[in-house]
Write a protein of this length. Structure first.
Length: 95
């Protein structure tokens, strides 16, 4: 038996397709200073989290901003616990 050989691998790209206009609109809202919050909603699996992650990563690289995000999808979750976990993540970013 030889080595592992040339086994095929399956990889999924993190690139967003067909969302550039939405990415630019969100970035423009942020940069204008007129937007204090953003709510994104839609069916499960359509790429909401991936879209926002792309936008926030791009903005963070440009100006060093920090973004907090939370999901309120689970029934019975205490909203204050979610907010607490966001601030924990923010504190971890500074440590």
């Amino acid at each position: 038996m030889g080595g592992l050989g040339n086994r095929p691998t399956f990889t999924i790209s993190n690139k967003l397709y067909g969302r550039q206009q939405v990415v630019e609109e969100i970035a423009k809202l942020y940069e204008s200073g007129d937007c204090n919050g953003l709510v994104v909603h839609g069916r499960a699996g359509v790429g909401k989290s991936s879209l926002l992650l792309q936008v926030f990563t791009d903005i963070s690289k440009r100006d060093g901003s920090y973004f907090l995000r939370a999901k309120f999808e689970q029934a019975g979750v205490n909203p204050l616990a979610v907010i607490s976990s966001m601030f924990d993540a923010l504190c971890d970013a500074f440590v």
